[in-house]
Design a protein around this ligand. Sequence first.
Ligand SMILES: [Zn+2]
Length: 170
Amino acid sequence: MGYSERAVVDLGLVEQHANYLLALGGVVKPPVSSNLISVFDTASRILVVVKPIAPLRGVVQRDPRGWSIVIDKGLPRGAKRFTLFHEGFHILLELGTIQIPGPEQYLEWLADAFAARVLMPRRWLVESVKKAGDINQLCATYQVSHRAINRRLKELDLCLSPWSTSERVL
Ligand SMILES: [Zn+2]
């Protein structure tokens, strides 16, 4: 993949924290409920609002009672869920729960990597791939987009069974 050493370390940290939050929320199998966002800051409430904000996908801001995350209404469901946890990563950064310095673009990339690790944990996906017939089944199980699951499979070097090859190009 050609990640720098620094990125490998940061991705490890991000994965560890994603797994920690899943455990904290008591999530043991897919699909990961959107409600998991509530454990990202247990000291304050996190309000999630869905409204049209395109071309933005999501925004997070502090408000008097905690946080509000706004997600673009026009996004498909899977993309909304991905965006929710991407924004959740920004909360963790702001709280200092995760401390990774870096340029904005790098942190945006890590936020996506984090969302992928929350919604599609490695250990689950390794098992699911053995059982799943095709990519659509994985999308339904994890409630994520084709794009998200394809990227995650590629990243983990996982392949679906040969009979689903034609599905993989979708
Ligand atoms: Zn972001």
